[in-house]
Design a protein. Sequence first.
Length: 116
Amino acid sequence: QLQLVESGGGLVQPGGSLRLSCAASGYTFQYYAIGWFRQAPGKEREGVSCISPSGGNTNYTDSVKGRFTISRDNVKNTVYLQMNSLRPEDTGVYYCNAFTLLNNYWGQGTQVTVSS
C-alpha cells in the first residue's frame, strides 16, 4: 500500500512558478505510474500530467504543454511537477495519483492559487 503526500502549493502571481512534490511511503513506489490531477472550484477533476514507473515516458494535457514538467526520483520516492508561466486558469487543488492495473492511490491534495 502507498501513502501519498503532496506539498508545494501556494499563492503565486500570473507568470510565476511553483514546484509541487508528491512524496510516497512504501517500498513499491518504483512500480507505479504517477499522475497529477487538478480540480478547480465547480469543475470536474482533470488530468494534468503523468509519468511512467521508470520516468522514461511522460504525458501532458494540451493546456500545460511547454509550461509544466513532470519528473520523478525513485530513490527519494518522490514525483515533482514544475509549473512555470502560471495562469489564473491553473488555479485548483492538485492531487497526485499512483496507479497500476490493480491498485490506485490518491493524496490529499495541495492548493494552487494563481492571482494578482
